[in-house]
Write a protein that binds this ligand. Structure first.
Ligand SMILES: Nc1ncnc2c1ncn2[C@@H]1O[C@H](COP(=O)(O)OS(=O)(=O)O)[C@@H](OP(=O)(O)O)[C@H]1O
Length: 811
């Protein structure tokens, strides 16, 4: 029977009452069935979900098709020309009369100007020495004993050079000609747009305030050494204040050019400029006034300019300021076996790791991923991830390996050295059982703990259990900025600076990358990561296991950046085991072997990874620095009598003096020093102090004391230098020194430079500490270089002045 529906007058359907009851019954039955079906469906999904969830946590639902693939490709890669073209050696051009270790002289607009800071930071990164002068002041001394002090002169604002007063300009130009030194100048945007304006005194014209795109290099330029030509940086260039050059003389040769990207420029001559490439960096060969120059139409915001700047320094200094083209790479993969379930490596990830490693090996000879393992968490993943663990071990010899902590515990949390060693031994036993090599001599501490600030038990345990020779950290002397990271050697363990690649344990998915995928790509393509490779001859990168599973961001990152480096630079990439890298590092930078102990309490991050047993209350608040024989022992005794003042406990070797900052004791480390200031319960002493009379003339003391105790007061007593010298002579006689016993005081102090060495040594110890003005001046100068601003410099100076204690009666 057909049930009819009637339309009521408002357009809705209406059923007659009898039909409606039957229909309601049917509808009720249907609803029950639907509910049951829905319930069944829901239970099915919940069971399935919990099964999935139990074996793979949420992260396994990652959409793997979004995983980024390294797609960097360039003409030179395609043509197979990479590594075949000769690289310019700037040393072969022209003679120079520079000192062996020339600096760069940088003229800045103000001490705070942005580009000036960019320039000096770049120089610091590349360890190129420099001197900064504010332009328009008088010139610094340019020569020393007929040798030029500066290899290149840089002007943050070229106009400051062009508008220099006649005298200084002539002096500077004369220096450049006579010592064969070149000038680098930057031209930035102007308040009003200049069009075809001539640069004062030069046959060169500029257009300013342009927007540009698509930068290309002149492949024939002799300046290119580090930088490789042949590619184009497509797209808009950073900034809207570019200056471009047009020349009226054959001395000029373009180094880089780009296309106009300014839509608002409608003047007739610009119709031409929109089509012809515009010169953004130009070389002056010196054909006009015998001075070579490289002029930049924008600052260092554009990454390519950073490379061109380094090449210009090299070219204009005739190779005296060239950076090496060799780059060593080591990629540490920390936390092997440690990651959480669902974020670890599966078999397919391990296979991808091997494939990428093979690809990188074709570009970086000797490259192997360096895997840092914590054995306790082996097979702690899902069943698929456990297969990944097995596959890593199947290919154990394809990688290099190093030990993390057995249980990933931070070493500074162990006060008990035996326990620390036992845990390390567990990891070693694990390695032996699973065929992992144990002889790399390299290890890394979880979270950098114990490496710096130094936790002595870690160094001892590393030596005893693993015979560690090398480690690496990003904590010394401070986490940021990266350009200031340095190495040091402690207890024969070489600590290398470690670089970050922009990925951390939590950075596992491209669509969650902080700042978006563009941020990572920017870092790879000319940005921070790319520049890390360019500036550091030895690169040890930190990455984590989770970066190689999931979206495999680390594989993407390293393969991409290596390709990008090959497209844009002539750097020779290679790899070597950590101990070889460490030896190379300290032969390149021998001055870094000496550590500098900072105060862990001045850095939150350092405090966090410092032993809980330590406290900065155990450090002195003032130092009596000498000089010797001025009554320092008497002062030490008088001060110690004061109930609010307490001195160090005596040293078994040097009695009341610790002699930490001036000699070999410094290498015993901070903990050793602090042990001289034990915390005494219920003590009223608020002021701890230390007296070591040899600090006064100790070469390294100002730097070291300032690093550890930047706020400490320094106390010095000055008496007549003659009386001081005589007192020292008597002191040596009293100690039966053979020279003092056999020579008169007059003989000693008047000994010539040809006298026997022991006699000269005694003469020096008598006379040198008494050169008060010299030592105080050095102290002030050193302290001022370690302080950031003028105000702090004044404070440092005051620090010495206020505590200068002149014993007039003895003068
Ligand atoms: N109160 C007081 N005032 C001034 N001078 C004093 C005082 N007490 C000791 N002395 C004299 O200081 C000389 C020892 O100096 P130091 O203690 O600095 O010597 S040391 O460097 O620690 O060995 C030593 O000098 P000489 O006797 O001339 O050798 C001490 O006699």
């Amino acid at each position: 029977m057909v049930e009819r529906e009637y339309l009521i007058n408002d357009g809705r359907s209406y059923l007659p009452p009898k039909v409606s009851v039957r229909r309601q019954r049917i509808s009720k039955q249907l609803t029950v069935k639907r509910c049951v079906a829905a319930l069944l469906l829901l239970s099915f999904f919940s069971i399935t979900y919990s099964i999935v969830y139990l074996s793979y946590p949420f992260t396994s639902l990652i959409r793997r098709e979004w995983r980024p693939e390294p797609s960097i490709m360039c003409q030179q890669m395609l043509s197979g020309m990479i590594g075949r073209l000769p690289v310019h050696d700037h040393r072969s051009i022209g003679g120079v009369r520079l000192r062996t270790d020339p600096k760069v002289l940088v003229f800045v607009e103000t001490t705070y100007s942005k580009l000036g800071r960019d320039i000096t930071e770049l120089l610091v990164y590349n360890r190129i020495k420099y001197k900064v002068e504010v332009a328009s002041k008088s010139l610094p001394v340019l020569t020393n004993l007929d040798k030029g002090k500066y290899g290149v002169i840089v002007f943050e604002n070229l106009h400051k050079y062009l508008q220099m007063d006649k005298w200084n300009r002539e002096l500077l130009d004369k220096y450049c000609r006579e010592y064969n030194v070149g000038i680098i100048g930057f031209l930035l945007g102007t308040e009003e747009r200049l069009i075809g304006s001539q640069l004062r005194g030069l046959p060169l014209f500029i257009h300013t305030n342009l927007r540009l795109k698509d930068a290309t290099l002149n492949p024939g330029s002799p300046i290119l050494r580090l930088t490789r030509a042949g590619e184009t940086v497509w797209g808009p260039l950073p900034g809207d204040d570019w200056t471009v050059f047009t020349a009226n003389h054959s001395t000029y040769e373009p180094l880089a050019w780009a296309n106009n990207n300014s839509h608002d420029w409608t003047e007739p001559q610009d119709q031409e400029t929109t089509k012809t490439p515009l010169v953004t960096v130009i070389q002056d060969h010196g054909g006009f006034d015998s001075i070579q120059r490289v002029l930049f139409g924008s600052g260092l915001r554009f990454w390519l300019h950073r490379l061109l700047f380094l090449d210009s320094l090299s070219y204009l200094s005739h190779g005296q300021l060239s950076v090496s083209l060799n780059r060593y790479i080591l990629v540490d993969v920390d936390d092997i076996f440690v990651g959480e379930r669902g974020t670890r490596l599966r078999s397919e990830d391990v296979r991808a790791l091997l494939r990428t490693q093979e690809k990188i090996q074709t570009m970086v000879p000797g490259f192997k991923f360096n895997l840092g393992f914590s054995g306790k968490y082996f097979h702690h993943g899902t069943s698929e991830e456990n297969l990944g663990d097995d596959l890593l071990l199947e290919h154990v010899n394809k990688f290099t390996w190093f030990s993390h902590m057995w249980n990933h515990q931070q070493p500074h949390l162990y006060e008990n050295q035996t326990q620390l060693e036992l845990d390390m031994a567990l990891n070693k036993n694990f390695a032996k059982e699973h065929g992992i090599p144990t002889n790399s001599g390299y290890s890394v501490a979880p979270h950098h703990s114990g490496v710096y600030p130094v936790h002595e038990p870690l160094y001892s345990a590393w030596k005893r259990v693993w015979n560690i020779k090398v480690t690496s950290t990003e904590e010394y002397p401070h986490l940021r900025p990266a350009r200031l990271r340095r190495g040091f050697i402690h207890r024969n363990i070489m600590v290398l600076p470690r670089q970050t690649c922009g990925l951390f344990t939590h950075t596992i998915l491209i669509n969650k990358y902080p700042g978006g995928r563009e941020k990572l790509d920017e870092s790879i393509q000319g940005g921070e990561l790319f520049q890390t490779f360019v500036y550091n001859p030895i690169n040890i990168f930190m990455s984590h296991m989770s970066n190689y599973g999931n979206d495999r961001l680390a594989l993407y990152t390293f393969e991409s950046v290596i390709k990008f480096l090959r497209c844009w630079t002539n750097l020779k990439l290679t790899s070597a085991p950590p101990h070889i890298l460490a030896e190379k590092y300290f032969s390149l930078y021998p001055e870094e072997a000496d550590p500098v102990w900072g105060n862990p309490c001045h850095d939150l991050r350092h405090k966090k990874i410092w032993s809980h047993n330590k406290t900065c209350d155990q450090l002195p608040r003032f130092l009596v620095i000498g000089p010797q024989k001025t009554g320092t022992t008497a002062l030490y005794m008088f001060l110690s009598m004061h109930p609010n003042i307490s001195s160090n406990i005596p040293s078994p070797e040097t009695f009341e003096e610790i002699q930490f900052f001036n000699g070999r004791n410094y290498y015993r480390g901070l903990s050793w020093y602090m042990d001289f200031f034990p915390l005494v319960k219920n003590s009223t002493a608020q002021y701890l102090f230390e007296k070591s009379a040899t600090y006064f003339d100790g070469e390294l003391v100002p730097k070291r004391a300032h690093a550890l105790l930047p706020h400490a007061k320094l106390v010095t007593i000055l008496i007549s230098p003659a009386k001081r010298a005589y007192s020292w002579y008597q002191h040596m006689r009293a100690h039966s020194d053979p020279i003092a016993s056999n020579y008169s005081f007059y003989d000693v102090i008047s000994a010539s430079d040809t006298a026997p060495k022991p006699l000269r040594d005694l003469r020096n110890r008598c006379l040198n500490p008494g050169r008060y003005a010299q030592h105080l001046e050095k102290m002030v100068t050193i302290l001022s270089t370690y302080t950031a601003s003028y105000n702090r410099w004044v404070n440092s100076y005051d620090r010495i002045q206020s505590m200068l204690w002149i014993n007039y009666r003895n003068f």
